[in-house]
Design a protein around this ligand. Structure first.
Ligand code: NAD
Length: 411
């Protein structure tokens, strides 16, 4: 199955509830614009390397389009399309004034130098700078990109358009970034996970958590949940998973990853298991925070966690989602669970436009407020309609985008 078909299936479950006509579904699902560009650089060894870059601008009915930039070997148009569409529903669920977009380059960042990474980033912006901007489409970090990459994007964009710090978010704090942006997605995952536990009548104490992915999102979610008294028993990255039934020393793991080029390879203070084994651990909460499509029809039956928080985008295929739903597993969907990142990006963009920087406390407070409100609305809708949290989140998001589209006028 293609990623975009998976999003379409989730969309349709909500659209059926809303009794949306086929032509409205087509209108809402069709991207406004799709760019595919050549990104050619001279490598350190003097050879020419050509990469493919994508930017899909899905919808702008509610405001400028917004979405991350992913550098990963599996990036293709199908994946970027689906992620752009998710961004449209996500910004609507948390009710921030943006549409949805996503970009990516098919590249393995572990196999290129820092200089090559910078060249690729700048060349990509050369190709797409006319199609993005603070009022049009604002990139942000995603897998394989970070604050440093965002700083290069801003610098390259400004060569064409002058001083425009709001052209990209997730920048270093020293370069018009926002305090709290880097931690925001993982922190948001943690905030929402605790809200869900509370609604389900569970306490953080005694909640064992397994997290797939220990990058930006996974590591900050682990630290937040650890400080809230949950027991993080397993985390993983591309090198495999690290499991300690009595609870991992998350701060130590984080320091280890920082000192080893963001990798957990060689970590010896826990049992080394596979990523597949991590997904099937006997825990109270599972948090996929790496790639999409990791929980499939094949492995859904092995999942033991009664609660799954989708920190990654699209980690559960629709067939698996159905199996889990029938087994009574509660899934907090990506379009709500990881919305803390785009919410803090919105704060950064707003600060840039006012040329005024907020303090960390204010960012955290506002993040908590926006996510709590969205959680409350999704939870209530789910109870009222008797649907899953995912379908409720889609109904909320699609409803907001639909109303903005109609009010703005289609022709
Ligand atoms: P990252 O690049 O910082 O970290 C990714 C992590 O996943 C790393 O630990 C990496 O080793 C691991 N990983 C990669 N391939 C893997 C594999 N095949 N098996 C197991 N682990 C693997 O990325 P991130 O920013 O933390 O993003 C993680 C997920 O969260 C993505 O799905 C992304 O779309 C989503 N997300 C990120 C943000 C954000 O603000 N960064 C916002 C919303 C959603």
């Amino acid at each position: 199955m293609k990623h975009i078909d998976a999003v379409r299936l989730f969309f349709d479950r909500a659209a059926d509830q809303m009794e949306l006509s086929e032509n409205i579904r087509t209108l809402m699902l069709t991207a406004k614009r799709e760019l595919q560009v050549q990104v050619a650089i001279e490598r350190d060894n003097g050879q020419i390397a050509t990469y493919i870059g994508y930017r899909v601008q899905h919808d702008n009915a509610r405001g400028p389009m917004k979405g991350g930039l992913r550098f990963h070997p599996q990036v293709d148009l199908d994946e970027v399309r689906s992620l752009a569409s998710l961004m449209t529903w996500k910004t609507a669920v948390v009710n921030i004034p943006y549409g949805g977009a996503k970009g990516g380059i098919t590249v393995d960042t572990t196999k290129i130098s820092r200089r090559e990474l910078e060249l690729i980033t700048r060349k990509f912006i050369d190709q797409i700078h006319d199609a993005i901007g603070p009022d049009i489409d604002i990139p942000a970090p995603d897998m394989g990109t970070n604050a440093e990459v965002m700083a290069w994007i801003r610098n390259q964009y400004e060569k064409y358009h002058g001083f425009k710090p709001a052209c990209v978010t997730g920048k270093p704090v020293e370069l018009h970034g926002s305090p709290g942006r880097e931690e925001a997605t993982g922190r948001g995952v943690g905030i929402l996970a605790l809200k869900l536990l509370g609604r389900l009548g569970h306490k953080p104490q005694g909640t064992r958590v397994a997290i797939q992915g220990f990058g930006n999102v996974g590591s900050h979610a682990a630290m937040f949940l650890n400080s809230a008294d949950c027991s993080v028993v397993a985390v993983s990255d591309v090198s495999g998973a690290y499991y300690r039934p009595e609870g991992l020393d998350v701060a130590h793991l984080y320091r280890y990853a920082c000192e080893h080029n963001r990798s957990l390879a060689g970590y010896t203070e826990a049992e080394h298991i596979s990523n597949d084994e991590l997904l099937a651990l006997d825990v109270e909460m599972l948090i996929p925070a790496a790639l999409g499509g990791v929980i499939t029809d094949e492995n859904a039956a092995q999942i033991k966690a009664p609660v799954i928080i989708e920190a990654a985008n699209g980690p559960i295929w629709p067939g698996a989602d159905q199996i889990l739903h029938e087994r009574g597993v509660t899934v907090l969907p990506d379009i709500l669970a990881n919305a803390g990142g785009v919410t803090a990006s919105y704060f950064e963009w707003a600060q840039n436009r006012q040329h005024y920087q907020w303090g960390l406390d204010r960012v955290r407070q506002e993040l908590d407020r926006v996510l709590s409100e969205a959680f409350q609305q999704v939870w209530e809708l789910s109870v009222e309609r008797g649907v899953s949290l995912r379908t409720a989140a889609y109904i909320l998001g699609i409803g907001r985008v639909g109303r903005a589209t109609i009010l703005g006028g289609i022709t």
